[in-house]
Ligand binder design. Structure first.
Ligand code: NAG
Ligand code: NAG
Ligand code: NAG
Ligand code: NAG
Ligand code: NAG
Length: 801
């Protein structure tokens, strides 16, 4: 009995002592911690921060660290032994002469708190997140705030000679490749060549907020993260440059931290202190905006390592990829770069070189620091030829009429959507791909023939249309035949439309399990189908309204849609015409619809948004003008714009509304499209022309500029209807008010104004005043001048306040 009572008595006795010890965060001399999962850490007075051992994921190793103890994932803000985590059973002891001593179970000892001058009287886990060792006069002898890891906390100050250093990956705390440091007066983000500490030139300067030129800083600049969560640079002349704003009034409701992430992006995060269900760290500020496009002079291998490509994600974090035909040097280490899958023999003789090698063609990829030769004037053919017959050449890049030859290792690889260039990446053909089995367009030829015959025989109104689509098809085939000579990458275009049975699609979507979205024509589901021996993701659209009746029309429409190839249009892969079932199978785009990125939490950058606007315009120009069968979309809205991995815009749902004949005299009674985006002529019994799409595009463009919905009654007042509010802002020169806090848009004032003017032209109530999409595209691209627009709604009297 006594044996059971005793431990309880012991706890009763000891507990009050512990809580007293922890209310002020004091750690007494001789106190120890042991590396096990259940050891009680040393808590700060408020309980916000803890000092102790943190077990590494999937390892029996422990990190001596400080973390936010009230945050669900116990976010680590400081660590002592990232390069050498401690084995289980290790101990930390607070000693008077050497401060914090870490000893392994084998007895090996290391001081965590070098150097200590003086005699330690106690330690304290401060509520600021700083762990201090103090002498008996309470003077600090050592503090964790002076030993920087990857995170700054409020009240922490970074002076000359200090630096933040990233960790190797989310879960590996060894020294990583990125630093925030000052060198030659410039406070900037740099890559470091590890092992070692050689620092390359910055890819981003904090002091100027950009990645070009020099930071024009001074060696006594101090980086201050103050109590209210403001991050600023304090100059020696007393000036203060605020980099990121916290929140004065509500500073005490939030935890703040600024972390140099393992991928080189510096982020200011905050987390509400109240424990609500799904609270998490949210991002207040991120630099650089696009780390992939950082400086290239003396920048080392670049953000992603050698022979890699850096691609920016929606959250401004980079993603690193090995382009074909390269693979990771070390699959366990993402930053050691990629190596080619083949060894290039030195074959310079044209015919044997072309037997051995070919090119993957990719757009907007560049390795700007790896050129060794520049050739002009060159075109695709001569540029490829030049690289093919040069055994030093790994990649050729063609922009305009300039051809650059590049050598290995390729550095600073990036995806740059402003590039307007093509990269030809050399690869060695294996025996089996020496004559790559290109799909033969024969089947299409036959289809074309059948349609052509029926066109000659038929007499319906559809004849014109079919004739035209056949012409389109013919063009496509000629164009395709040309393409087959270019290389493998282009052969994607060769895919035939596949006809699925309903059963196949039922299996592909696991019984229509995962819904991707609902459109005006039916529900879209995610699926997986086999294609060319591999599984690919597709979006399967179940049409709920059957378009007209009869097979011919469905098949014709599907054929036309299937023959529409443009990089800004979602590609149709196949269809199902089985009993009562009508389904369309499209390529799957990973990033979903534009709506999610305009009205959701994750916003696209101004630059990405303008790219997307131009992409949509290009897609519409193609539908309207570039095939003799004009396709009026009739339902342009953000939900119908999908984004691929690279945030290229692709228009979906085209060709479903109606394929119109060339003469546009027909009038309609049933309004098609979506409220808020439909042109006034639908209601006015006026002819429906391509200009209805121009109107909808104008509304969409405004939404893209402002990242808000056209009609938002929650906003209320004069701002509730964007089309009106935008014109008011334009007229009164209040561009700031329109884009609110979008600093990036404001700093691009010229472009912002141009885009706004174009949008106002597009939403003119009088269709004849609206420009064609071709003109819109040229204006967006800055090729055509913009002129001052008239008031878009001279007839409207409703809706104005
Ligand atoms: C915690 O840090 C603040 C600011 O440096 C200081 O004023 C305070 O005395 C510290 N608290 C303890 C218990 O040492
Ligand atoms: C972290 O990465 C380094 C370098 O790749 C490696 O040597 C080390 O073992 C890793 N540490 C852990 C704890 O996995
Ligand atoms: C970047 O900084 C340099 C040097 O201070 C300056 O000349 C340049 O105008 C800045 N560029 C941008 C886009 O702010
Ligand atoms: C933090 O810095 C900002 C910007 O300089 C300032 O407005 C604010 O008052 C500061 N807060 C504290 C607590 O010093
Ligand atoms: C590829 O072709 C060459 C010559 O035609 C032959 O010597 C070699 O064995 C073939 N390699 C394979 C993997 O089939």
């Amino acid at each position: 009995m006594a044996a059971f009572v005793l431990p309880h008595l012991f706890f009763l006795f000891v507990l009050p002592y512990f809580s007293v010890a922890q209310t002020n965060g004091i750690v007494k001399l001789g106190a120890t911690l042991t590396a096990t999962e259940d050891a009680t850490p040393w808590l700060s007075a408020s309980g916000d921060f803890a000092f102790g051992f943190h077990r590494l994921d999937n390892k029996d190793l422990f990190l001596v660290s400080i973390w936010y103890d009230q945050v669900p994932d116990k976010t680590i803000v400081w660590y002592a032994n990232g390069d050498k985590p401690a084995p289980r059973g290790s101990k930390i002891e607070l000693t008077a002469d050497r401060g914090l001593i870490l000893s392994s179970p084998q007895g090996e000892q290391n001081s965590i708190s070098d150097p200590i001058i003086g005699v330690v009287a106690y330690g304290v886990m401060n509520d600021t997140g700083n762990f201090l060792l103090a002498n008996k006069n309470s003077e600090p002898l050592w503090q964790s705030f002076n030993q920087f890891t990857d995170t700054l906390l409020p009240t922490q100050i970074m002076e000359d000679g200090k630096f933040l250093s990233s960790r190797q990956s989310e879960s590996n705390f060894s020294q990583g490749r990125f630093q925030l440091s000052r060198l030659n007066g410039d406070l900037g983000l740099r890559t470091v060549n590890i092992p070692g500490n050689f620092r390359n030139d910055p890819y981003y300067f904090l002091s100027t907020g950009n990645s070009s030129g020099s930071g024009s800083g001074s060696s006594s600049d101090t980086l201050v993260f103050n109590k209210s969560g403001y991050l600023s640079i304090l100059r020696d002349n007393g000036h203060e440059l605020v980099l990121s704003k916290g929140d004065d009034a509500r500073a005490y409701d939030f935890y703040h931290r600024v972390t140099l992430n393992f991928d080189g992006v510096l982020i200011h995060y905050r987390h509400p202190k109240t424990k609500t269900g799904s609270s998490s760290w949210t991002v207040l500020w991120t630099v650089p905006i696009n780390i992939c496009l950082g400086t290239i002079e003396n920048a080392g291998s670049g953000v992603c390592g050698y022979n890699r490509i850096c691609r920016i994600n929606i959250d401004q974090r980079p993603e690193c990829e090995c382009p074909r035909p390269f693979s990771l040097l070390d699959p366990a280490d993402d930053y050691r770069g990629c190596v080619p899958d083949f060894v290039q023999d030195c074959v310079n003789e044209p015919s044997s070189a072309s037997n051995l090698y070919d090119f993957y063609v990719v757009t907007n990829i560049d390795w700007p620091t790896s050129d060794y030769d520049r050739l002009e004037p060159y075109n695709e053919e001569t540029c490829q030829e030049a690289c093919l017959t040069d055994c030093m050449c790994a990649v050729a890049i063609l922009r305009g009429n300039t051809c650059w030859k590049k050598k290995l290792p390729l550095s600073n690889g990036r995806l740059d959507t402003n590039l307007n260039g093509k990269a030809f990446i050399k690869f060695k053909k294996t025996n089996s791909s020496q004559n790559p089995a290109l799909p033969i367009p024969g089947r299409n030829n036959q289809d074309g023939l059948v349609i052509l015959m029926s066109a000659f025989l038929g007499t319906s109104v559809f004849v014109n249309f079919i004739l035209i689509s056949v012409m389109c098809l013919g063009f496509l085939l000629i164009y395709r035949n040309k393409l087959t000579t270019i290389g493998k990458a282009e052969s994607v275009v060769e895919r035939n439309l596949r006809c699925y049975t309903f059963k196949e699609l039922l299996d592909a979507t696991e019984g229509f399990k995962e819904e991707l979205g609902r459109g005006s024509f039916g529900i879209v589901y995610k699926g997986v189908v086999q294609m060319g021996g591999s599984n690919i993701h597709v979006a399967v659209k179940k049409l709920d309204r059957i378009l007209q009746d009869g097979d011919k029309e469905f098949k014709t429409e599907v054929n036309v849609i299937g023959q529409t190839h443009h990089k800004n249009l979602v590609q149709l892969n196949g269809y199902c015409y089985d009993g009562p079932h009508r389904l369309l199978v499209y390529e799957f785009l990973s990033n979903g619809s534009l709506a999610g990125f305009l009205f959701g939490d994750l916003k696209l950058s101004w630059n990405q948004r303008t790219q997307i606007a131009v992409g949509i315009a290009r897609g519409l120009v193609y539908l309207h003008d570039e095939c003799s069968t004009q396709i009026i979309h009739c339902d342009i809205k953000p939900q119908n714009i999908l984004l691929d991995d690279y945030f290229n815009a692709q228009i979906s749902d085209f060709g479903l509304a109606k394929l119109l004949r060339m003469d546009q005299s027909e009038t309609h009674t049933a309004v098609r499209g979506t409220k808020g985006y439909v042109a006034p002529e639908w209601y006015r019994n006026m002819p429906i022309t391509v200009k209805v799409d121009v109107f909808s595009f104008g509304v969409l463009l405004l939404e893209i500029i402002c990242c808000r919905k056209n009609v938002d009654m929650e906003i209320g007042g004069e701002r509730a209807i964007l089309t009106y509010w935008a014109y008011d802002c334009y007229e009164e020169g209040m561009l700031h008010a329109l884009v609110e806090n979008d600093a990036e848009a404001i700093s691009n004032r010229k472009k912002l104004e141009r885009f706004l003017i174009i949008a106002i032209w597009c939403i003119q109530e009088d269709p004849s005043l609206r420009p064609t999409m071709k003109k819109v595209m040229l204006m967006l691209e800055g090729i055509l001048e913009v002129t001052a627009p008239p008031c878009p709604h001279p007839f409207s009297t409703t809706g104005r306040s």
